[in-house]
Ligand binder design. Sequence first.
Ligand code: UD1
Ligand code: CA
Length: 462
Amino acid sequence: MKTDKKGSLGALILAAGQGTRMQSTTPKVLHRIGGRPMIYYTLRLACALKPEGIGVVVGHEADLVRKTVSESLSDWGITRPVSFIHQKSLTGSGAAVLESLPFLKKFNRALVTAGDAPLLTFDTVHAALRQHEDQKGQVTLLTARLRDPRGYGRVVRSPLGEVVRVVEELDATPKEAAITEVNSGSYIFETALLMDVVRKLSPKNAKKELYLTDALEQIRTQGGRVSAHLSATGEECQGVNNRLQLANAERILNRRMLERLMLAGVTVLDPSTTYADADVEVGQDTVLLPGTILRGKTRIGNRCRIGPWTHIEDSSIGNDCEVLSSYVKEARLLEKTSVGPYSHVRPGTTAGPRARIGSFSEVKASRIGYGSKVPHLSYIGDTEIGEDVNVGAGTITCNFDGKEKHKTLIGAKAFIGSNVNLVAPVKVGRGALVAAGSTITDDVPDGALAFGRARQVNKVRK
Ligand code: UD1
Ligand code: CA
């Protein structure tokens, strides 16, 4: 929102809570969804509203949360200034806001939201903000109708439909507990009034905490207007408090991601067994077969076939590639390269164009040149293979002497027979031929034929 006569906007993200129900030593907002800590989604959403500042309230494991967030800001594309507020006593969402008043007072208006609500969408929060501005109320809370409202604060309305207050489940009467409209935990406040009422909160409730939700009733008693923006779907207002809700959020965000890919021209055979992290990119007419898992900053080109049963992480796959039942991490496959089934492509590998890493092979920190093939049962590590090289079945590079990794160099058009050991450091020249079963410890000149095996002896048996 622009700073204009309507006033400046701040965003406050509550992330100090312990997250007891997660049963975890990891702070709740750092649990991962779509490969990112869950607070990433809230920060991205807050940033998209273009506030003048974003405050993150930390408390439980404060240093870890602060460090993780501050180190990730540029990677996450958070361009608005972020400051941290350290909540000293973890006594509720109201206490979190109370300790944030020095931050909040810089703004006329503030979005207050929870770090455990990764499903919220920009469109809904933006619409709530617009509604808040249009209606000129003192607070607008985002609500949803849930078929199963258990665990959420219920929105109590007057007979005329005005929001009277939010009652937490533990404090609700059976009649109130039957209400299906719930508080999402996101609000837009006029900060001047919020500052006033939040100081008056009292811990007279089942949890003996300061509830931010009680600020609504206070605002109303002071003659202020409390309005609600009802989310159209409800789905996005679900919070993450335990591992069941974590899995639910993962499923929903994954579905949204796959929907985006499908609408952009990617075929996904079975969305229920296909996973793509938040930053994954996949090109047009690529087919993702069942059991495909795309993690981190993976980019896949056009017209590829990926899967089934394939895990690709932080890798780049060119156009027209195929990866079948394999694991690829921090590697680059250039166009028309194929991998699998059952191969492991490890960090620092670049293969292609038109290369082939076939079945049961492991390739690490190696360059496999244009048109070259490692088709069966090989280990290739710290190796540079030129163009049009054929590596026979069962060939391995012995690159590690127990202390250091040594390089193997294989020139263009070389032919390595089956079951060869290449003991690094070693170089096989251009167009050289290495006989099957050889153990090569000395360099092979260009074009030479190398035998490195004992001659066969046939003896007459008695
Ligand atoms: C809260 C709301 C509830 C709403 C639900 C939506 C209150 C009292 N209740 O309940 O009405 O339906 O969210 O998901 O607010 N936090 C702090 N400091 C604290 C305590 C909590 O920063 O001392 C943060 C947490 O990290 C969390 C957020 O506030 O991000 C909400 O706290 P949580 O304990 O998850 O509240 P809910 O029980 O989910
Ligand atoms: Ca919560």
